[in-house]
Design a protein around this ligand. Structure first.
Ligand SMILES: [Zn+2]
Length: 105
């Protein structure tokens, strides 16, 4: 009898831990806050615009270098508009050139 009881208790603890972990991860990924530079980050501290660019824009033959070596640019200059069609993956040099043009205006 105790054998069955502790067996069920053990499964309860394991399943409970898995459910807690999934929920905790979901919460961290979906709790968005602004950092001191005005960019949105999730509960893990990951920049949302980089997460979106990684998921929807980054693909192999188009971007041969690893994702971390690229910058992600906001086309409309709004740091909080993280829609995939507002984001552009640029190399550091391309990105710098893009913003240099802006300062001359
Ligand atoms: Zn930019």
């Amino acid at each position: 009898m105790e054998f069955i009881f502790f067996g069920l208790l053990m499964w309860g603890v394991i399943i409970g831990a898995i459910i807690w972990w999934i929920h905790h991860d979901y919460k961290l990924k979906n709790t968005i806050h602004l950092d001191h530079r005005g960019y949105e980050r999730d509960g893990y501290g990951t920049l949302i615009h980089r997460r979106v660019a990684w998921k929807y824009l980054y693909s192999y033959p188009k971007y041969p270098q690893r994702f971390g070596s690229y910058d992600v640019h906001h086309i409309d200059r709004n740091k909080r508009n993280n829609s995939p069609d507002n984001l552009q993956i640029l190399t550091r040099a391309e990105h710098r050139a893009e913003h240099r043009a802006e300062h001359r205006l």
